[in-house]
Design a protein around this ligand. Structure first.
Ligand code: ADP
Ligand code: MG
Length: 254
C-alpha cells in the first residue's frame, strides 16, 4: 500500500512544488516506486519534470470529473521509478464545475488512489496555494501532510490557519491525517529575521520541524527550466544533498 503525502500551504511561492518534485525524485532514485500527482492548475510540477503540456492527453482534471480512470492518467517520466499524473489549466475550472453539479458528494470525494495504491510505495500530491476543494480532496486522501514554509513573519500567521484546516479535515473526513513535518525552504541563516522566525517556530512546533532546512540556491530555482529534479540537475550540490536528507527523514516519519 502506498503512503500518500500532500505538500500543502495556502501561501504561494513557499516551495511546495520544488519540495514535492525534488523529494519525490530523490525517493524514486533510491529505488522506491513513486507517483507525483500535480493538483495545481498552474501545472508547475508537470513542467518541472519536463513534460510538454501540449502533448498531455489525460490529466488529474479528467480523473476528478470522472472522465478518465486514474490508471489512464499516469505517465512515466524519464526519471527512474518516477511517474506523474499531470495537471493543466483545465483544473482551474473543476471547482466551479463540480459546484454547479450541486453534488456535494463529488465535491468532497477523495481522489481514487485506492485503485493504484498497490503499484506505488509513495504518492506525493502537489497542492495549489489555497484551501479550496482541491486541497480538501488532497488532505482527505492523504496519510500525511508536509508543510513547506519560508522564514518570514507572515508565515507564522499562515501556519495557525493551516493547522486549523488540518484539524477540520481530521474531524470531517480523515481522522488519521498526520502532520509529517514543517519544512523550512529558501533558508538563509545569515538573515536576522530568518533566525527570529526559526526561533519562534522552534518554540511552538519543535517536534514538527524537519532537521535540515533547504537553503536558497540558484541551482534549485533553475532546475525546472531544464525539466529535471535537482538530484539529476546538480546531484552533488547543496540543494540536492539537503533534499536527500529531508527525503530520508520523511521516510522515517511516515
Ligand atoms: P510554490 O509551489 O509553493 O508556489 P515553488 O516551489 O514554485 O513554490 O517556489 C517558488 C519559487 O521559488 C520558484 O521560482 C522556485 O524555483 C523558487 N525556489 C523554491 N525553492 C527555492 C530554493 N531553495 N532556492 C531558490 N529558489 C527556490
Ligand atoms: Mg506550486
Amino acid at each position: 500500500m502506498a503512503k500518500i503525502v500532500s505538500f500543502s500551504n495556502q501561501k504561494g511561492g513557499v516551495g511546495k512544488t520544488t519540495s514535492c518534485v525534488n523529494i519525490a525524485a530523490q525517493i524514486a532514485n533510491k529505488g522506491k516506486k513513486v507517483l507525483l500527482i500535480d493538483l495545481d492548475p498552474q501545472g508547475n510540477a508537470t513542467s518541472g519534470l519536463g513534460l510538454s503540456k501540449a502533448k498531455i492527453k489525460k490529466t488529474i482534471y479528467d480523473v476528478i470529473i470522472g472522465r478518465a480512470d486514474i490508471n489512464e492518467a499516469i505517465i512515466k517520466t524519464r526519471f527512474k521509478n518516477l511517474s506523474i499524473i499531470p495537471a493543466t489549466i483545465d483544473l482551474a475550472g473543476a471547482e466551479l464545475e463540480l459546484y454547479d453539479l450541486d453534488d456535494a458528494e463529488t465535491f468532497t470525494e477523495k481522489l481514487p488512489t485506492d485503485k493504484i495504491s498497490e503499484s506505488f510505495d509513495y504518492i506525493f500530491i502537489d497542492c495549489p496555494p489555497s484551501l479550496g476543494m482541491l486541497t480538501v480532496k488532497a488532505l482527505s486522501t492523504s496519510d500525511g501532510v508536509v508543510i513547506p514554509m519560508q522564514c518570514e513573519f507572515y508565515s507564522l500567521e499562515g501556519m495557525s490557519q493551516l493547522l486549523n484546516t488540518v484539524k477540520k479535515i481530521r474531524q470531517l473526513y480523515n481522522p488519521s491525517l498526520q502532520i509529517v513535518g514543517i519544512l523550512l525552504t529558501m533558508y538563509n541563516g545569515r538573515l536576522t529575521l530568518t533566525n527570529q522566525v526559526v526561533a519562534e517556530l522552534r518554540k511552538y512546533y519543535q517536534d514538527l520541524l524537519f532537521k535540515v532546512p533547504i537553503s536558497r540556491t540558484v541551482r534549485l530555482s533553475e532546475a525546472p527550466s531544464y525539466g529535471a529534479p535537482i538530484c539529476y540537475h546538480d546531484p552533488y550540490g547543496k540543494g540536492s544533498l539537503e533534499y536527500a536528507a529531508v527525503a530520508k527523514e520523511l521516510m522515517l516519519r511516515i
